[in-house]
Write a protein that binds this ligand. Sequence first.
Ligand code: FMN
Length: 187
Amino acid sequence: MKKEVPLSRAHRLFAGRPTCLLTVRYKGQVNVMTIAWVCPISLEPPLVAMAIHPATYTHDMLKRSEECVLNIPGRPLAEQVLKCGQASGEDVDKIELTGLTLESGHRVEVPWIDECLAHVECAVVDIVAPGDHSLFIAQIVGAWAEEEAFEETWLAPEDTEELLPLLHLGGKLFALLGKKIDLSGKA
Ligand SMILES: Cc1cc2nc3c(=O)[nH]c(=O)nc-3n(C[C@H](O)[C@H](O)[C@H](O)COP(=O)(O)O)c2cc1C
């Protein structure tokens, strides 16, 4: 039997992508916010869409600076992920709060969070606002990943939690990539 899902929770049916720590920098100030609503939308050019609420400090910083880094944390950063998603850079320096380490970006003027498993550098190409979040469309200008964690795909070693990205299920609930299924031998 299937139960109706309230419209306010329907988006959670699409859960299962890595939660990211989005770094931005504007006028020398660096901020980091947690973002789960990130989705690839084009291969050529490589584009991602990020849904960012206008009330966030990040929103205006990114609108002005037009560059960011999507850092992908693993299991050990779960608590920092929550902190960066609850406090605002308008009130507190979240880098100091979390003790995360910044490292220079390679193709953007925005730093990486060194402790993360992967870093995707982006340049904003468009912003649309079809609902209550702004959709920032950004071109991926460079991406780097820990070789033990990612090679063509997430390797998802089942016994090494620190190499697994954190998937956001909703609220304070997260999951780790589970069992891999390889269909490459099938027709
Ligand atoms: C797990 C998690 C996922 C989140 N995903 C998003 C998201 O996709 N878009 C968004 O606008 N806010 C999201 N948030 C909320 C922001 O991270 C939060 O509003 C944050 O305090 C904004 O920080 P800032 O004001 O420093 O930019 C998320 C929070 C958590 C904890």
